[in-house]
Design a protein around this ligand. Structure first.
Ligand code: ADP
Ligand code: MG
Length: 701
């Protein structure tokens, strides 16, 4: 076969031509033979049985009938024209109906010739009717490939309107397979095929389109899903290996005085085993010759900050600077204050840079950074500005990395001649499957243990009608010396309304919690940063007992004495956001509570979210549910969802296949890193082609 056969523009396929090619391209993105071959059916219909018209039931099921059209007419109605054919077999008469594409149908349909029609029947009065049937002349049907299960392809209104029905698409694929003579190159190696008992590529392609039976369909699906995931993983893993070989990191060989001094004298608590393990993993990376790119996952409150600090000390001990970037000013400031306090007894310089840093301070800061007097810079994305130059940045840490885009991560790479080591930290647990697919080129560390003595947060769901009881509970907690958060949703599209909800809520709280007995803070996005900080400060110092806020407090804020989190309109929040919010409490030694307030009307998804929150405190478990509810695209934001543009595999449902594929990709590169072995030639050939054609998406680093 011509090696470029699959690259042939689709217009050349018999039965396609330039017009249909245009439609296929605009509607389904199909440009080449390959694209058509990889247009996989959504589902399959049983075409083994035929019905007689007098056997029809008004069940709405798809049926297949042999008969003739004896009459064709156009019926005009207020709602538009429809084309109606009288269709008969030896047992009775029914109607076939078209609302679109009349011209094409009139020109192509033959009267009084036997057809096989296929579609969904419904009953109008005493007559059965089948709208937009699949049609094929009986003699073609008998000559065609004997299909037990009819593939149903993705379609659009425009496609069927232009006569490119499912039958037509199926014929095109059939034609393509005939022309290819089933000669599809095998991209997997013999050992893999044998070990996993995979059917050949050619068999898989044939059976995914025209399955001979259920068993072969399942085998075809498994084989193609495996192949797709395998090559994605191969790309991710080879990229990671390449980076480790090619990009020299700055080896932090020394465990020097600062790290040791801090560890021995100033650590405010014993590290958990998980923290120790993660620090060791990071130290191994930093001590090697390769540049580190590590994702640190740890639930809210698991103690990522201290890990970050100790890594920064390693950088400093080896003569480098370090920076820590956080997504909001509040969080950056809090990190800065916390770190400064921890480092107090040591002779190190740390500074804060955010959007509201004054110009004079900035100039000073820039100088100190450039001449190396500053050891640690904490800040928001103000750090990324080109003006911010380091003398020798050795380690860049990004907190709550899901808030930043990949582009921002990559900007950090270029802060130095040699890229700094990069540690990204997230409290939004990413399910393992997703992490493997999205961050397969990163190393991953997990802190899967909370510091000792934490009591699990008690979470309950309350309807708005029970508000007075909830208020009473708040009063009891305040009487015990605790502090309370009350959070309102803020969703962009309805900002004005949300703002009103917040202010109404505020007023009713002020009424029920009168001064001077109760002091109340409020923080929201429309306030000036200085005012926000002032209110946060009051709450932090315990001068106010209630903090009313929008989700600005979602990330990172640490007030250990706050032990109650009330989330208003909880049904409007996503699971990961609810979990993040809940993580604001439970930071001290006291029993903490999270109360999810909702109206009475709840969608099924909302109920699942609430039940999940009430049922577990485990961020990974919550993330798995979230992934199932929302799908991978939504979960990671549109920015990253493009990377999950898989043709047949589904990283949630095909989790097990993903693991197998990843395992085999790792084994392969371990045993034959450059794919030089004869048995791996097919993989090398396919992989090089995919990379050249960018058939696999491009990751940005
Ligand atoms: P997160 O992972 O959410 O960023 P933090 O680093 O803010 O968590 O830590 C949460 C709280 O737990 C902080 O008050 C911190 O001082 C404390 N903490 C961290 N590690 C330990 C530990 N090993 N033992 C006791 N407390 C700890
Ligand atoms: Mg944190």
């Amino acid at each position: 076969m011509n090696p470029n056969f699959l690259q042939t523009p689709i217009a050349y396929l018999k039965g396609v031509g330039p017009n249909r090619a245009d439609t296929l391209k605009s509607e389904l993105g199909i440009e080449t033979y390959r694209d058509l071959l990889h247009l996989f059916p959504n589902r399959y219909l049983d075409r083994t049985s035929y019905y007689k018209i007098n056997q029809l039931q008004p069940s709405g099921a798809d049926v297949q009938i042999v008969g003739k059209i004896i009459h064709l007419k156009t019926v005009e109605q207020k709602r538009g024209k429809r084309l109606v054919a009288s269709f008969v077999d030896e047992t009775g008469q029914m109607e076939l109906v078209w609302f679109r594409g009349h011209k094409w149908i009139r020109e192509n349909l033959k009267l009084n010739e036997p057809y096989v029609v296929f579609g969904r029947v419904s009953k109008y009065g005493s007559t059965f009717s089948m709208p937009h049937p699949e049609m094929e002349l009986l003699r073609n049907h008998e000559q065609g490939l004997k299909i037990a299960m009819q593939p149903i392809y993705p379609s659009t209104e425009k496609l069927s309107g232009k006569g490119i029905t499912n039958r037509v698409v199926s014929n095109m694929v059939q034609q393509l397979i005939l022309e290819s003579k089933g000669n599809f190159p095998e991209p997997l190696s013999r050992p893999i095929l044998e070990e996993l008992k995979l059917i050949s590529k050619a068999d898989a392609l044939f059976n995914i389109h025209f399955p001979k039976n259920q068993e072969l369909l399942a085998k075809a699906q498994f084989r193609l899903k495996f192949e797709e995931l395998f090559f994605v993983q191969l790309q991710l893993i080879s990229k990671k290996l390449l980076r480790k070989q090619k990009i020299k990191g700055m080896p932090f060989g020394e465990v020097g005085e600062h790290f040791t001094e801090f560890f021995e004298n100033h650590l405010p608590f014993d590290l958990t085993d998980a923290q120790k393990r993660v620090i060791k993993e990071i130290r191994n990376d930093l001590g090697s010759n390769a540049q580190m790119n590590r994702l640190l996952q740890g639930d809210v409150g698991s103690g990522k900050t201290i890990v970050a600090l100790m890594c920064m000390l390693l950088a400093i001990d080896n003569g480098f600077q370090a920076c820590l970037m956080a997504p909001t000013e509040i969080l950056a400031t809090q990190h800065y204050n916390g770190l400064k306090e921890l480092l107090q007894p040591m002779d190190l310089k740390i500074a804060l840079l955010t959007g509201s840093t004054k110009k004079s301070e900035r100039t000073l800061l820039h100088n100190q950074l450039e001449n190396g007097n500053l050891n640690i810079l904490v800040g928001t994305h103000a750090l990324l500005e080109d003006k911010v130059q380091f003398k020798n940045l050795g380690l860049a840490i990004v907190d709550e990395q899901h808030r930043f885009g990949v582009a921002q991560r990559s900007k950090l790479w270029h802060k130095n001649n040699t890229p700094p080591h990069i540690l990204v930290m997230t409290a939004t647990p990413i399910p393992r499957t997703l992490a493997m697919s999205l961050y397969g080129d990163l190393d991953i560390s997990v802190i899967d243990e909370l510091p000792p003595g934490r009591k699990p947060i008690k979470t309950v769901h309350r309807f708005d009608g029970n508000r007075l009881k909830v208020f009473r509970f708040i009063k009891d907690e305040i009487a015990k010396g605790r502090q309370i958060y009350i959070v309102y949703p803020l969703i962009q599209e309805s900002e004005a309304m949300d703002y009103k909800d917040l202010m109404d809520g505020y007023e009713s709280i002020v009424r029920d919690f009168p001064q001077p007995e109760y002091q109340i803070s409020i923080v929201h996005g429309q306030m000036k940063p200085a005012d926000k900080d002032y209110e946060m400060e009051r709450f932090l110092k315990g001068e106010t007992q209630i903090m009313i806020a929008t989700t600005v407090i979602e990330v990172g804020v640490n007030v250990p004495n706050a032990s109650v989190m009330i989330i208003e309109s909880a049904e409007r929040f996503g699971l990961s956001q609810l979990h993040q919010l809940r993580g604001r409490v439970g930071r001290g030694a006291e029993q903490s509570f999270c109360i999810l307030m909702t109206g009475n009307k709840l969608s099924e998804d909302a109920k699942t979210r609430l039940q999940t929150m009430v049922g577990t405190n485990d961020g990974f478990e919550i993330a798995e549910v979230d992934l199932k509810l929302r799908g991978p695209g939504d979960l990671m934001g549109t920015q990253q969802s493009g990377m999950l543009n898989l043709k047949i595999a589904d990283i949630v449902k095909d989790n097990q296949i993903l693991k197998t594929a990843r395992y085999h990709a790792i084994q392969l590169l371990k045993n034959d890193p450059r794919l030089e072995k004869e048995e791996n030639a097919p993989i090398l050939r396919a992989f090089s082609k995919m990379m050249a054609n960018k058939t696999i998406w491009n990751y940005i680093s």
